[in-house]
Design a protein around this ligand. Structure first.
Ligand SMILES: [Zn+2]
Length: 427
């Protein structure tokens, strides 16, 4: 059994809150300020400071310390104490989910499914009632059906990362004890720059059982990016166009985000269907950054943000008890003789030993070649498996050096930068 977490973040536009909810916002902001001052002191004390003595701050402090003890996503924060200070700590609550007619036991956040409502309490005077949208409702019911239950909630007011609008956020973290799957196959996933898609292959022993490529609509995205760039140029001279430019960027981001979510769902579905552990090609630290800072065409830059995609894939795999690991699966190194291959037009690769293939096919061949090594972890979940632990920094640095001279022209080979410390802004 492995413990897995998933978090739903509800966003509320402050301008559109019902009047009785909007009234409570100044109180919430004041508490948030006070709590952040306390967390700053707490960080300075190296975590030695006890929770604040009086409610409502006592509740948030107690829940925060509890969360640090039990929830893995808090670990990154704890390790990087200083980041907690910078990351603007949310108010932390305990939570209850009412699916039918369960008794209300007075937790800080009460998610009332029959009433389609989220109640935020412990604010020291009055309850903040927020509506629950249809999508959020479906998400919660699906998690509950899978055996997940809410364990912690966080509330904060802050500026959206994408627009300047200030919003109210409510994050609900669900926990599940997932039985670890005993895989009989591997699902090799090669994350390319998105216009080349995600190549996947189900591998059993040395045999490739099934495979495919998941692709977003790159031509549509590139077109929208051109439109957005044009609008941005006009915006420099005519202010009234600026809103359209922002809207165009948001639209691109939304398309990519929903594609990523869909791709991750599909990959996890494939892993379940094939009873396969997921082996994802590990991005090379720094290479994406270099690409973004380099001369790579600006239109394609947005197609290289796959840190989020990788985090989602790992998280969803864990939620379903699917072993997950990351391993370099080459697409331009010969799986027969390990020589660097020549890159031909149409994404084909050729080795002087005579081997030739489409480069999307090569990572699966590497997975087949590495099968005994990669399946040595088969009975344990990803985080507990020494055989598949994250790569050593030295190896990673060495690999980065190897790739540097070809980084710009080989966009398809580059991978995203892993994030180690989750920020409370997006638990
Ligand atoms: Zn060869």
């Amino acid at each position: 059994m492995g413990t897995a977490y998933r978090t739903l973040v509800l966003k509320y536009d402050l301008q559109r809150l019902p009047p009785e909810a909007a009234e409570k916002i100044p109180t919430l902001l004041k508490l948030q300020e006070e709590f952040r001052r306390w967390t700053a002191e707490w960080v300075k004390s190296g975590g030695a400071l006890p929770p604040p003595p009086h409610n409502p701050l006592k509740h948030f402090g107690t829940r925060l310390l509890h969360g640090l003890k039990v929830l893995r996503w808090f670990k990154g924060l704890k390790k990087n104490g200083i980041k907690v200070e910078k990351a603007e700590m949310p108010l932390v609550f305990d939570v209850q989910l009412r699916l039918n007619s369960e008794r209300d036991i007075g937790k800080g956040i009460f998610v009332d499914m029959p009433k389609k409502e989220v109640r935020v309490r412990k604010l020291g005077g009055g309850t903040l009632q927020l509506p629950l949208g249809r999508k959020a409702e479906e998400w919660i019911l699906a998690r509950a059906k899978e055996g997940g239950r809410p364990v912690l909630a966080a509330v904060w007011i802050g500026a959206s990362r994408r627009s300047r609008a200030v919003k109210l956020y409510v994050a609900l973290t669900f926990k599940r004890e997932a039985a670890s799957m005993k895989p009989k196959r591997l699902l090799a996933v090669d994350v390319n720059a998105l216009h080349n898609g995600l190549a996947w292959a189900a591998v059993e022993g040395e045999r490739i059982v099934a495979r495919g490529v998941l692709r977003p609509d790159a031509s549509k995205i590139l077109h929208l990016q051109k439109v957005a760039s044009r609008l941005e140029r006009i915006c420099a001279e005519r202010d009234e166009i600026c809103d359209n430019a922002v809207a165009a960027r948001k639209r691109i981001w939304r398309i990519l985000r929903s594609w990523e979510d869909e791709a991750v769902r599909r990959l996890v579905q494939l892993a379940i269907q094939h009873r396969a552990a997921i082996v994802a090609d590990v991005p090379v630290d720094g290479s994406v950054r270099e690409l973004k800072e380099g001369n790579y065409s600006p239109e394609k830059k947005a197609l290289l943000n796959f840190g989020r995609l990788r985090r989602r894939l790992k998280g969803l795999a864990e939620w379903h008890g699917i072993p997950y690991c990351e391993e370099r699966l080459y697409s331009t190194v010969c799986p027969r003789c390990r020589r660097k291959m020549e890159e031909l037009p149409n994404r084909r690769v050729k080795c002087i030993c005579g081997f030739e293939a489409h480069r999307d096919e090569v990572p699966a061949m590497w997975a087949a070649k590495l099968y005994p090594k990669l399946t040595s972890f088969s009975s344990s979940p990803s985080s507990a498996a020494p055989a598949v632990r994250a790569r050593q920094p030295a190896r990673r640095a060495a690999r980065r050096l190897d790739l540097r001279h070809t980084a710009r022209k080989r966009a398809g080979e580059q991978k995203a930068v892993p994030r180690h410390a989750p920020s409370p802004g997006r638990i």
